[in-house]
Structure formats: C-alpha cells, structure tokens
Design a protein around this ligand. Sequence first.
Ligand code: UP5
Ligand code: MG
Length: 191
Amino acid sequence: ETRLPPQLVFVLGGPGAGKGTQCTRIVSEFGHWHVSAGDLLRAEVQTQSEQGQLIDEMIRQGAIVPGYITLDLLRKKLVEAGRTLTVPGVLIDGFPRAVDQAIDFECLLRPADFCLFFECSEAEMERRLLERGRNSGRTDDNPDSIRKRFRTFMETTMPVLDYLERRIRVYRIPAEGAIDEVYARVRSLFL
Ligand code: UP5
Ligand code: MG
C-alpha cells in the first residue's frame, strides 16, 4: 500500500499566472511540498536522455508532454512526500494539463482535495513572461513559444477545470493584482 500525503492540491492557471510564486509563499507559511510538473520535466531535459530530448522539444513548442511521463515523475515525488510524515500536503503545480491526465491521476493515486485556479488576462501574463524571459534562461519565455503556450492552455488545459469542478472544489483566484494581494486570498484557503 502506498501512503500519500494528507493533502493534495492542484495548482492551475495560465502561463505566467503566478502558480510558482504563490506556491513558494504557501510553502513558507504552511510547510507544504511544492512539486512543479514543469520543473520535474526541465530536470529530465538536463539528463540528456532520449526522453529528455523529446521533452525539450515539446516545451519549446508549448506542447504537452505525454501524461505517462509526467505522471511517473509526479508519482515518485508524492510517494516520497507520503513517507515523510511531517509533510502536511503537496502543491501539484501545473498538472493536470489535459482531461485524460486528470483521470489517470485519480485512477493511479487518488483525487486531489481541491484545486487553486489563478485567473489572469493574457496581456498581463505575457507582460510577466517577457519580463522574466530577460534572464530566466527558460527556452519557452519568448514571444513565439508564449503564443503557443497560451493556445495549448486555452484548448487543452481549460477543459480540465470543467472536469475538476464536477469532482472537487475549485477555487478561482483573481491573479492580476500584486503578489501580496493574491496571496491574501490564497492563504485563507489553508487556514
Ligand atoms: N509574477 C508572479 N506573480 C506576479 C504578480 N502577482 N504580479 C506581478 N508579477 C508576478 O510567475 C511568472 C512571472 O511573473 C515571474 O517573473 C513572477 O515573478 C511574476 P510564476 O510564478 O513563475 O508563474 P507560473 O504560473 O508558475 O508561470 P510558468 O511560466 O511557470 O507557467 P507555465 O504553466 O507556462 O510553466 P510550467 O513550468 O508549468 O510548464 C512549462 C511547460 O512544460 C509547458 O508549456 C509544457 O510544455 C510542459 N509541461 C507539460 O507538458 N506537462 C505538465 O504537466 C507540466 C508542464
Ligand atoms: Mg511555474
């Protein structure tokens, strides 16, 4: 039997909506683990494996990496967190990105407890990503990749919200404002 952490939280929102930033704040205050699917995939790229090369190309194209790859990386982290008895929960940042991934996650593990969904306009997200792209080193922080990421998000990830809303609580959080302002709404959900 695999023990999982007490709380599993999906953290979703468009590219640059502030998922990672808000997760960092939750970690500092509440001690959750932050598991970013994008970070796990970028670490795979660094291994220079054949799978890493595929992931590298998909990220540059703003495409979604096959779910079995991401889910395998996530599952290992969640099991590790579950063995660490002091972990109150895990923030699963940037996953699931497609409805089939949401279904596979709950079949393989269990349903998440709730979902945070950061809502932000594309104009603001683009502004943030281009600003960050000046020194982030991320291969997808350029105008061409950003356009593709937005398109993938609208076409493939937005339907996940409809799916999740029928199963778990989804908290829509306005994410256009200042970091502290957004976090004030976020933290109230963990108290
Ligand atoms: N910033 C943050 N909040 C701000 C605020 N309130 N006001 C002003 N500025 C704010 O923030 C982005 C930037 O904005 C930062 O500079 C920040 O300081 C500033 P961040 O917190 O990093 O936003 P986030 O939503 O995390 O943006 P990110 O770029 O990480 O989102 P993506 O969803 O695009 O990236 P992710 O790493 O999740 O995925 C990258 C790619 O990996 C995907 O496109 C896909 O190809 C692949 N992927 C999969 O295939 N499957 C997965 O499951 C996950 C990823
Ligand atoms: Mg992020």
